[in-house]
Design a protein around this ligand. Structure first.
Ligand code: SAM
Length: 222
């Protein structure tokens, strides 16, 4: 249960020295200068983070994963990569947590530039839809932690879930879809279907995928 893992009481209590020891060798004010900007929600085995770490070496990023063993695996994977590639992969980390409950404990208002929801669990039954990681209610929370202009990336191989995620994003007043040209120009979009373990499995089986990529917009009329 949740009681088995520590939860920071506020974003200021997230210990960056543990997650990014080379970038934050000691506690202190340094921490205020740089913040986590990408979050991979339900990161699984961490393939996306590893790909993003190289694409955005100056950006701090974190995976959030509920399963203990999977989280430990990702930790080990990152440590091994840091050891074999000195100076690299210092900007990536993982935390075991329930993202449906604790996002505001980790990130301040407007802190994040990108959030990822890659191949989330489908929760097919209607009574379990409230367990889906994208919902109108949770989008309020994601809108809160995302900066204006920040982007939510979602992808799934389950058509019904793809439609669900898209319709939630479409109905939410603080998100707008990226244009086809913007999707084309964004190097991250290519990673959605190729970088994660789940994406690779779907690709091997020749499965179709459904993505929805939306921008956090300002709530005020410009
Ligand atoms: N994104 C990865 C990928 O594409 O390979 C993993 C996809 S896997 C189907 C979904 C993951 O979300 C699982 O690892 C699961 O443990 C995690 N998960 C489910 N609910 C979660 C929650 N509330 N908070 C954090 N992680 C969660």
């Amino acid at each position: 249960s949740d009681s088995h893992f520590p939860i920071p009481i506020a974003p200021s209590e997230v210990d960056y020295t543990i997650h990014y020891p080379q970038i934050f060798p000691t506690c202190g004010e340094v921490q205020d200068s740089k913040k986590i900007e990408f979050a991979d929600i339900g990161c699984g085995f961490g393939g996306l983070l590893i790909g993003l770490s190289i694409l955005f070496p100056e950006t701090l990023m974190i995976g959030m994963e509920l399963r203990d063993k999977v989280t430990e695996y990702v930790k080990e994977r990152i440590l091994a990569l840091r050891t074999t590639n000195p100076g690299q992969y210092q900007n990536v980390s993982v935390v075991r947590t329930n993202s449906m409950k604790y996002i505001p404990n980790f990130f301040r208002k407007g802190q994040l530039k990108k959030m990822f929801f890659l191949f989330p669990d489908p929760h097919f039954k209607e009574k379990n839809h409230r367990r889906r990681v994208i919902s109108l209610q949770l989008l309020d929370e994601y809108a809160y932690v995302l900066a204006v202009g920040g982007i939510i990336y979602t992808i799934t191989d389950v058509e019904e879930l793809g439609e669900w995620m898209k319709s939630c994003l479409e109905r939410h007043p603080l998100f707008e879809a990226l244009s086809a040209a913007e999707l084309q120009d964004d190097p991250v979009v290519k990673l959605l279907s190729t970088a994660t373990e789940e994406g690779q499995k779907v690709a091997r089986n020749g499965g179709q995928t459904y993505q929805a990529v939306y921008r956090r917009i300002s709530g005020y009329q410009q």
